[in-house]
Write a protein that binds this ligand. Sequence first.
Ligand SMILES: NC(=O)c1ccc[n+]([C@@H]2O[C@H](COP(=O)([O-])OP(=O)(O)OC[C@H]3O[C@@H](n4cnc5c(N)ncnc54)[C@H](OP(=O)(O)O)[C@@H]3O)[C@@H](O)[C@H]2O)c1
Length: 391
Amino acid sequence: MKRLILLGSTGSIGDSTLKVVRALPDCFQVVGLAAGSDWKKLIQQAAEFGVRDVAVADGDSAAECGRHAPAGMNLRAGAGGIEALVRETEADCVVCAVVGLAGLRPVLAALQRGLDVALATKEVLVAAGPIVMDLSRRTGGRLLPVDSEHNAVFQCLAGAGIPPGAKADAQVRRIVLTASGGPFSSRREIDFDRVTVKEALAHPRWNMGRKVTIDSATLMNKGLEIMEAHWLFGVPLAKIEVLIHPESIVHSMVEFVDGSLLAQLSPPDMRFAIQYALTWPERRDGGLPSLDFTKIRLLHFEEPDMTRFPCLRLAREAATTGGSLPCVLNAANEVAVDQFLEGRIPFSGIARTVEQVMDAHEVIRAPDLEGLVAADAWARGQALLAMAQPV
Ligand SMILES: NC(=O)c1ccc[n+]([C@@H]2O[C@H](COP(=O)([O-])OP(=O)(O)OC[C@H]3O[C@@H](n4cnc5c(N)ncnc54)[C@H](OP(=O)(O)O)[C@@H]3O)[C@@H](O)[C@H]2O)c1
């Protein structure tokens, strides 16, 4: 029985994680739950899974939660409350499915305790890869990838006897991350100045939270994933490729130095990745469906168009420069996506904002945590300023 703390339980990955727990009740016990603001859903989840220790990040929502929480519920409030939940609750594994850099400090708190972290929140590794990986090595807390592409690579590497945290570089010729391409990669007629929020949120394959869905539409998501793969598997950026694969059946591939290539395939449903991350190194039957190859028939692969999707180019540039630049790219992107979702900037404004903020940034070579926090705050302010200027 693995005891889980689930951060971001009220979101899309949170929902899918709880489905996995429901399907395998003998394997997992949920001992802690954390949400941003949806305290009503959190209370329902806590009641269903018999959880006493919870946290709510937003102050007002936490206060409301406190007024309605059943007797005996141990509620922590604010961003510090989520960290406290991780520090104080007896557990074996923390599932981090909080959106954005808000996941960083709770992940560091979990690793500090030597706990395994099943990580969905890619922004954590994008912004603070060296700090997170170093802490993981020092404490023995392992990072188990939940993001479907990285989980696929993790499965391919496990098949070759390479455990999480080991540098795979010596045995790997290249990693191929697949990308669905989002709603726009196959629609060349689309005018990115006029795309509506509804169109951008209409992902053809995956049903996900709003931020990651917009990141998929700009292909920033794949850029963030290049960095995530670089840190998770210790493979140089030059060996990490991206291919558009609209069917989202092959979730990623690893070509080994002998030229053989392993791929992981499954229907596009996050429960496959979450379940493997949580049951690893074992495999369990959680009732997930089989692929029907007679229905798939064709699988397509093509190169991404870096001109139409500048976010992918910007993320590669940030990754290559390193230092504080990936953190700055991530922060500017989080703010710009939020503003697009609020209807304040056009879709094309996301890449423009990120580029302007990156251009204005003086890169810090090897920032410590405080340096990253400062760079993150600077980039958020700078992004808001950039978006306030007339185009
Ligand atoms: N969804 C997917 O299929 C998928 C696939 C791969 C990777 N990911 C990654 O997984 C992460 C979560 O994605 P998602 O799609 O599940 O997002 P989501 O549906 O928007 O859920 C986000 C979760 O984070 C919580 N949250 C928001 N702000 C917070 C804060 N400041 N502090 C603590 N919690 C906060 C939300 O709480 P409230 O709703 O209560 O406010 C919610 O529980 C993202 O990093 C994403 O890139 C997602």
